[in-house]
Design a binder for this molecule. Structure first.
Ligand code: NAD
Ligand code: UD1
Length: 338
């Protein structure tokens, strides 16, 4: 039996496949390579000695999905495939709704047709909006979502919930990720953003490697200790291990479950910069900039539920996240391009 990993050539997908192989699972990947390249899967093979079976195709393509479900013996799906750039989603809402919503509906429908009713979905802390309280538990009400990318996460959670209510044979785990950073400690796979990075860690590493001059820190007048925003950064390998635990949970037929995956530790933008400088030994020049629209001041989770029900705890601290991000970036200044 194999796990279908949609979006498996991407950042979180490639790290998750390494950990799935580590636990002896077989993996089939479906990815249209719109935001990744096959090289990541070759690197997975370098690390693990195993290459997942790869289908280049779209989650909206019924033909390729039918072929996969007919040829491979798929027992469950980890659904990473999706577009994820917040700013781009504001400029191109239709592309985001088509890709993320329409594509996922086709995937779910083909899963149902082939009687594969076990799925783990990549959701995001973005569904909490400006959280009603911190640390955020899964009971925290969903907040106002300010961009189409985030809306697709909220909508897909709702769609999956409705599917479960109509047909309790489904087993569905919604994983709300906090801020994934870091890379596999081999330095062979990591985050590989196109163009100017939107997110903090890839921007920092590109400044450190000399590709960008200076980091802009978006806002130093928030009501936090150093005035910059607080986030719950989580090492991508811990996140990947959270998926392995979730796959195991699916084997118990849990019905519908929701888990936060974070460390429970809040770090400010300046904490990240300072820790990165210590871990890498490289200076990161920065300047204060105005607040970025849509940023929430403080966001970190209570991950007790994942600990109690999945037996999962994030073990890698911010220093390790910075060390591993730097190893990836400094060994691969142009990502997967030679
Ligand atoms: P990523 O862009 O590296 O990986 C996504 C993969 O999906 C890419 O390889 C891309 O080519 C593929 N893809 C996109 N649309 C597709 C389609 N229609 N058909 C087939 N393949 C398609 O992103 P990531 O950081 O690895 O994120 C994985 C998932 O986790 C996404 O759903 C993302 O929204 C979610 N998520 C990510 C973060 C984060 O900070 N990275 C946070 C919360 C949630
Ligand atoms: C962002 C998205 C969120 C998405 C997540 C993972 C927004 C508003 N939210 O989260 O929906 O799920 O990425 O993809 O975009 N920062 C700087 N300078 C930079 C970049 C970031 O100061 O050049 C600051 C930000 O203001 C924020 C923190 O660093 O305070 C983290 O930012 P980022 O990495 O973009 O993540 P989020 O905004 O938390």
């Amino acid at each position: 039996m194999a796990i279908l990993v949609t979006g498996g050539a991407g950042y979180i997908g490639s790290h998750t496949i390494v950990e799935l192989f580590g636990e002896g699972y077989d993996v089939v990947v479906l990815d249209n390579l719109s935001n990744s390249c096959e090289k990541s899967l070759e690197r997975v093979e370098e690390i693990t000695g195993k290459k997942p079976k790869f289908y280049k195709g779209d989650i909206a393509d019924r033909e390729v999905l039918s072929e996969i479900f007919e040829k491979e013996s798929i027992e469950s799906c980890i659904h990473f495939a999706g577009l994820k750039a917040v700013g781009e989603s504001v400029a191109k809402p239709l592309e985001y709704y088509m890709n993320n919503i329409s594509g996922s509906l086709v995937l779910f429908d083909e899963m149902r047709k082939h009687n594969v009713k076990n799925i783990i979905f990549s959701s995001s802390a973005t569904v909490y909006g400006d959280p009603a309280f911190v640390p955020i538990t899964e009971e925290c009400p969903k907040g106002e979502i300010t961009n189409p990318y985030g809306q697709t996460k909220g909508m897909l959670e709702q769609i999956l919930t409705d599917m479960y209510k109509a047909d309790p044979e489904w087993n569905i785990i919604l994983l709300r990720y906090f801020n994934p950073i870091g890379a596999h400690e081999s330095g062979r796979i990591g985050e590989n953003p196109n163009g100017i990075p939107n997110n903090l860690m890839p921007y920092i590493t590109q400044v450190a490697v000399g590709k960008r001059e200076c980091l802009g820190v978006f806002g130093d007048d928030y009501d936090t200790e150093d005035g910059t925003c607080i986030r719950d950064y989580i090492h991508v390998v811990d996140l990947a291990l959270g998926h392995v635990k979730s796959v195991k949970k699916l084997e118990d037929k849990p019905g519908l479950k929701v888990y936060n995956l974070g460390t429970g530790v809040g770090s400010s933008v300046l904490d990240v910069v300072n820790t990165f400088v210590k871990a890498s030994g490289v200076d990161v020049p920065y300047e204060m900039k105005p607040r970025r629209a849509g940023d929430v001041p403080v966001n970190f989770c209570d991950a007790t539920k994942a600990k109690e029900e999945l037996g999962w705890v994030a073990k890698r601290d911010l220093y390790k996240m910075c060390e591993d991000s730097w190893r990836w970036q400094s060994n691969n200044p142009n990502g997967y391009e030679e």
